[in-house]
Ligand binder design. Structure first.
Ligand code: ADP
Ligand code: ZN
Length: 437
């Protein structure tokens, strides 16, 4: 492929009209194909719905939602729309929030998935002369093989370094001339910490240029910090096992919202209580319908992720809608003293303080019959624990800003860098030790 091509696929350049007519055609085919799935056949029968009832894109709303519970109830293969002998791989979610769910793939599903990932990477300037190092866990976790196949399809030299072993990761950076890295945000910060310990200057001693970060919610300030630390441009990447994995939505060079590939998915944002659609710009639950999947198409899948569609056109020219940063999952929400709080709200405040490092832990406890929140946060290297007055003032200022944001007064504790527990996969930000009555 010509390195100067702006688009990896012609579909990327679709106009709104082209997107919609493509979607209608694919939706009708997908619904038809879903009738091979015992689950969907039964569900359509119950609703008195036939595939021929889907005449316009608006008719999508006649179809009932599919939920994670449906995937669990039909575990492992009951939702599939092809016989098992046509499937070549399965993945399962990492089970952050309960039992795993299984997603099956045909050969063609894997090709389409790799294409979507390659398209994302091409969009942010990755080219076959890049060296791509993937620090994701491999195996069931889709960030491993998902990026591997996408990066290979694009033509990059791809290093399946997998998770952990940070010293080895750094050695690979320098030995192989890695230019693009995929890492979850908490691990990107960890890479920098270890570089500092080893006297490695990412700008001088490595060729790193691009970072793909995703898989967990993070704030704009966290992104800027990571970019500053590693001397890279960092692009937000969104995906989930149920939608293959990475490659669902990805930032373009504008770094302002993630384009969701509408030739792959129909996107809806609904009010999680009423399940009615909300207008563009308003936050709600992301609902996705797959348009290309063979083995396990999903209709109106409730992702439980909360986000919004960014209104307006992207200056990059792509018409595929943009998702805002994820606010979190509906099941990540902390309810403390009747107030709803998302961990990302706390992170957004913390990361505005230059005196703080990137790791924090929110603990919820019952003390003297009262539920309370403690926020422990690591301080930056250059902050000394000798100056009590300064630390106290800082704690006070953080507390004040958190209270303004979450309407509850947490106890803020500054702790030395490196003292909070680290996890190899997605960061654990909330520990709930409350007594449940
Ligand atoms: P699990 O559901 O067990 O964590 P997945 O790997 O399928 O396993 O995780 C998908 C979830 O990860 C998404 O539903 C979303 O909550 C979160 N996620 C993925 N990418 C991002 C991102 N860029 N920003 C915020 N959250 C993300
Ligand atoms: Zn764009």
């Amino acid at each position: 492929m010509n390195y100067n091509n702006k688009y990896f696929n012609p579909e990327e350049a679709f106009t709104r009209q082209e997107i919609e007519s493509y979607q209608l055609d694919r939706l009708q085919k997908t619904v038809e194909h879903c009738m091979n799935s015992p689950f969907y056949r039964e569900r359509f029968k119950k609703e008195g719905l036939k595939p021929s009832d889907i005449k316009t894109l608006d008719d999508l709303r006649k179809i009932p939602f599919t939920t994670k519970q449906d995937l669990r109830d039909t575990y492992p293969f009951g939702i599939a729309s092809v016989p098992l002998d046509q499937c070549v791989r399965l993945h399962s979610s990492s089970g952050t929030t309960g039992n795993p769910t299984v997603i099956l793939h045909t050969q063609k599903d894997l090709q389409e998935w790799a294409n979507a990932v390659a398209r994302c990477l091409w969009m942010v300037g990755c080219r076959p002369n890049d060296v791509f190092q993937n620090t994701s866990g491999y195996g069931m976790f889709t960030g491993g093989l998902g990026f591997q196949y996408g990066a290979e399809l694009l033509g990059m030299l791809t290093v399946p370094a997998a998770a952990g072993n940070t010293l080895r990761q750094l050695k690979f950076f320098t030995d192989f001339g890695t230019t693009v890295v995929h890492a979850i945000p908490s691990y990107a910060a960890r890479l920098y910490e270890v570089m500092q310990e080893r006297g490695i200057d990412p700008r001088k001693d490595t060729k790193l240029r691009t970072l793909v970060i995703g898989a967990e919610p993070h704030s704009e300030d966290t992104r800027r910090r990571i970019e500053e630390m590693l001397g890279v441009k960092a692009y937000n990447s969104f995906g989930m096992s149920e939608m293959c994995g990475p490659g669902v939505a990805f930032e373009c060079p504008e770094q302002n919202g993630m384009h969701i590939w509408e030739d792959y998915y129909i996107v809806e944002i609904v009010d999680p209580d009423t399940l009615e659609p909300v207008p563009d710009g308003e936050v709600g639950e992301l609902v996705l319908t797959t348009l290309k999947r063979e083995a396990m198409p999903l209709l109106r899948y409730r992702t439980r992720d909360l986000t919004r569609i960014l209104p307006g056109d992207c200056p990059c020219g792509r018409q595929h809608k943009r998702l805002d940063r994820m606010k979190g999952r509906s099941d990540d929400m902390i309810i403390l003293k009747g107030v709803n709080i998302f961990p990302i709200q706390i992170e957004t405040i913390l990361m505005q303080f230059k005196e703080l490092a990137s790791d924090y832990l929110i603990t919820l406890e019952t003390k003297e019959n009262n539920d309370a929140m403690t926020v422990e946060v690591e301080v930056a290297d250059n902050l000394s624990f000798d100056d009590f007055g300064k630390l106290q003032n800082l704690e006070r200022e953080i507390t004040r800003q958190l209270r303004d944001e979450i309407l509850i007064t947490p106890k803020v504790r500054l702790v030395p860098k490196g003292s909070l527990p680290k996890s190899e996969g997605k960061a654990v930000r909330v520990k709930d030790l409350r007594i449940k009555y």
